[in-house]
Ligand binder design. Sequence first.
Ligand SMILES: [Fe+2]
Ligand SMILES: [Fe+2]
Length: 474
Amino acid sequence: MGIDYTQKIPNNVDLASDRRLQRALEHWQPRYLDWWNELGPEGFQANDIYLRTAINVGADGWAHFDHVKMPDYRWGIFLAKQNTERTIGFGDEFGKPVWQDVPGEHRAALRRLIVTQGDTEPASVEQQRLLGLTCPSLYDLRNLFQVNVEEGRHLWAMVYLLHAHFGRAGREEAEELLDRHSGDPDNPRILSTFNEPIDDWLSFFMFTYFTDRDGKYQLKCLAESSFDPMARTCQFMLTEEAHHMFVGETGIGRIVERTVDVMNELKTEEPESLRSAGVMDLGLLQRYINFWFSSCLDLFGADQSSNAAGYFATGIKGRPDETRFEDHICLETREVIEVPQDDTKITTIEVPTRNAMNEITRNLFVADCQRGMDRWNKTILNGGFDILLTLPSTRFRREIGSWANVSTDPTGDIISAEEFDKRQTEFMPTQEDRAYVKSLMKPVTEPGKMAGWIAAPRRGIHGQPLDFEYVKLH
Ligand SMILES: [Fe+2]
Ligand SMILES: [Fe+2]
């Protein structure tokens, strides 16, 4: 499954054997590059960046590392290896052969899923386009650009499916993926989270920790799909996605480490003293966690969903790592979910498992989010402080599902809307918090140097030293 780099569009799908498809994608390619140059990272398009490029699609050892200018990055079409024995892993068609093309009756649903996923990929590049100007180090700047070029490649992954399997409608959708823009009042991105600019690095690390992890769980569900080309596309995207998780987890981890060091130096937990020392106090980090975690929960959809039941029944979208479950039919079982009673009490109800698929995936995401929290808390504890960062309750600040518009505090206790408003500044990033974070965003571009609010990483990229020139600025 090596990748052919002699082609205009690098690929491992033997694109050259389908001239029509190849021509259509080669027609889309310059439009993509125009988009990248216009709405991709601001200010560094002519610099050499130490980037990895996929050379094959195996689980390990797939990458080649070298300095490359971002517009010259070889975006292409890379699918995980085909398993010709693969059968449908869940739902009503369990055990039958997977589909190599789209069954007519599932066309609309699959197209919708692919377009929604595809739309988030360029959206995040647009959201992050100004971040490079305030990078905390060349190491971080390189990581940002690595994430950005790979999100660009994820757009290619979805556009390939649209072009190859959805005919004219698919080609039109591919055009529209470049026409919608994050935050554009007339033609915004599909999901609202992807229309907010990400203009400070704390938000970037929160985004790669929480929002990219949502993406990881969506991809895991699609990687189970009976539509085999989509499953294989998503399997390879997941191996790229692992680096995005790493950037988020280590980014927040290094901020915590730096803060704890200064807390020890100054022997204080006082936010004011820590802020005059130029680090982010733990209360501020907690409020950012509250904000990002709660907004990502809604991306999984409603806790009771007939759409999700339909996707599962028809074999379009499974659960993350479907093989971890014993029952792949889920017709006889029920799930217990928490719902509000008269907006004053928490109670539970049972719903058919198929209708609770979003909730099942959301709960796996929550457990995964907790793992990084545990690691950051260990740093705080090892530093000698008895303070815990916590994930807010899944009932907190929801806008979709049973808990939509029920006011709770971060522990999930129901409170009145008035109390929520009054205590808002305790729960969520305040204007002062945001202004303070913004004030720290000054570029540090000397090789090996770090901004004062973040600790150095443990090691460099691909065995390179920390003071390596990850981005050549001159
Ligand atoms: Fe992505
Ligand atoms: Fe990502």
